[in-house]
Design a protein around this ligand. Structure first.
Ligand code: ADP
Length: 521
């Protein structure tokens, strides 16, 4: 990671005059802009959805031009809503859907094809072939990048574009193409093509960036056939990357924060110290633990990633995810029709004191960390005549907490230390019953912040720190307000019994679809 130019220039005109930091949250289905004031309060917000393209089963694409236009519209609307001019904005921070690949023509600034989205599985066969051709590739990749050899990450998506878009490989060889994740693309457009940059947290998701040496890795670039000339300069996450073209917002605004969405949420949750951990309860769960200055390589196939870079120092994180969390609540609502809304689950679950021995394992698409079983399938176990609708709803909520428990334990084992508390955010973290059960099952405090826009505020913090809008991380910690803290209130015996039941239920679910493929009964 190169650190050129000034990283922090405090006390400049921007910081004294300006009232806001603008956070651009470039998500998977919509782009949002939020203006935060010095107290970290939301002063204005605007959002634009954009089109999802599914050209074939398992393929997902976005139109990068539409991403740019919707970002621009959201930013302008957020400024108008609070009558803010460019001079009122100290800096811009960007956080983005990670791993999504944009390739554009360096001269025209036009994308040469649609962006390939992180969810897209089109390169599954290439990954399989790569594993067969180079059996050592998986371990090399893990050591260098902290990632798994999987279509999820940017590397093979970029290769796909070079192989399948007319003329792309030749243009790339001649240095005429730029690759970027969505952050790079937005900075390129905001600066009218002057800056082709990214931050180290986004670079660490590409399969091309060495998280030990902090450089693009020539061996990996060769393995995937990616010319180095396509790649953006990698900078810290809190850094003055450049200024917006003056016509865009009426006057130039500095761009001084970039981080991938989950890393920004970790920062937004002020998980600044080694051992701080956050979990985001959305459709799935994303848990990240700050591992400080050292990359921790997992024995449980968790990902090792860069959390952020500030000045010339990099902070690392361990990352684990649960595939089905809030999605299980949607299943209760949409398929089983046991509730009308996700929020109602709290009411029904609180009508019973426990799940009455019932466990729901929502392994609809297999199980991730720490089980890694693609053949696992969903299961409802422990049914007796007395199990009713409320118990099943409760057991479904509890399954989110159990899965989170399992990832957390794997992290603790990898880190060789016990984590103290868990910070939470995301849609399902609003559920108080779930959060209390979470605290009980992990036997740790669970803290929910007042500002649930943790991703956007994380990007704002990175940007604000770089231009002196905030003095330092201490000041930010002091601003952070907790909405509610859940303290564990369950006996050890009870916890052991419940976890024992859960793990027996998981054992029953493992390998389920594999045995059906073999025709066994
Ligand atoms: P995403 O960003 O993945 O779309 P969100 O953070 O918006 O997710 O959270 C939405 C998810 O949270 C949905 O899957 C929904 O079922 C779940 N959810 C929302 N509110 C509640 C609630 N009160 N209790 C349980 N689950 C909830």
């Amino acid at each position: 990671m190169s650190v050129r130019g000034s990283v922090i220039r405090k006390g400049e005109r921007y910081t004294t005059m300006a009232k806001y930091i603008m956070a651009i949250d470039a998500g998977t289905t919509s782009n949002r802009c939020i203006l935060f004031d010095r107290d970290g309060r939301i002063c204005s917000m605007a959002q634009r959805e954009f089109t999802q393209y599914f050209p074939k089963p398992g393929w997902v694409e976005h139109d990068a031009e539409e991403i740019w236009q919707t970002v621009l519209a959201a930013c302008r609307e957020a400024m108008e809503k609070t009558d803010a001019s460019a001079e009122d904005i100290a800096a811009i921070g960007i956080t983005n859907q990670r791993e999504t690949v944009v390739v554009w023509d360096r001269r025209t600034g036009r994308p040469i094809c649609r962006a390939i989205v992180w969810q897209c599985r089109r390169t599954a066969d290439e990954i399989k072939a790569l594993k067969e051709r180079y059996p050592e590739a998986e371990e090399m990749l893990r050591r260098k990048t902290g990632l798994k050899l999987d279509p999820y990450f940017s590397g093979t998506k970029l290769r796909w574009i070079l192989d399948n878009i007319d003329g792309a490989a030749d243009m790339a060889r001649r240095g005429e193409l730029c690759f970027g994740t969505v952050d790079s693309w937005l900075v390129y457009r905001l600066t009218n093509g002057r800056e082709h940059v990214t931050d180290c947290s986004n670079a660490s998701r590409t399969m091309l960036y060495n998280i030990n040496t902090l450089e693009w890795d020539t061996e990996l670039c060769e393995l995937l056939g990616v010319p180095l000339s396509m790649l953006p300069e990698v900078r810290p996450s809190s850094y003055v990357y450049g200024e917006t073209e003056k016509d865009i917002f009426g006057a130039p605004i500095r761009i001084s924060g970039i981080a991938g969405d989950q890393q920004a949420a970790l920062f937004g949750q002020t998980c600044f110290k080694e051992g701080d951990v956050k979990n985001t309860y959305g459709t799935g769960c994303f848990m990240l633990a700050n591992t400080g200055r050292r990359p921790v390589f997992s024995d449980h196939e968790l990902l090792t990633t860069i959390a952020w870079g500030i000045d010339d120092k990099v902070t690392y994180a361990l990352e684990g995810s649960v595939y089905v969390a809030g999605a299980a609540i949607q299943w209760l609502r949409d398929e089983l029709k046991l509730v009308d809304s996700a929020a109602e689950t709290e009411y029904f679950a609180s009508q019973v004191k426990d799940s009455n021995g019932c466990y729901v394992v929502p392994a609809f698409t297999g199980l991730g960390a720490p089980y890694w079983d693609a053949y696992a399938r969903g299961m409802i176990t422990g049914l007796t005549r007395g199990v009713n609708k409320d118990h099943i709803i409760r057991a479904t909520l509890e399954s989110i907490a159990y899965q989170t428990h399992d990832v957390l334990r794997a992290m603790e084992q990898d880190m060789g230390s016990s984590l103290k508390s868990l910070r939470v955010d995301g849609g399902a973290s609003k559920n108080n019953l779930l959060m209390q059960f979470q605290a009980d099952i992990i036997n740790k405090r669970v803290q929910r912040p007042e500002c649930v826009e943790t991703t956007a505020i994380g990007a704002a913090y990175f940007a604000g720190l770089a231009v002196g809008f905030w003095d330092g991380m201490e000041e930010i910690i002091n601003k952070q307000k907790t909405d509610r803290e859940f303290t564990p209130d369950m006996t050890d015996a009870d916890r052991r019994e419940k976890l024992g039941g859960w793990h027996r239920a998981v054992s029953a679910a493992l390998g389920w679809s594999e045995s059906s493929e073999q025709g066994s009964v």
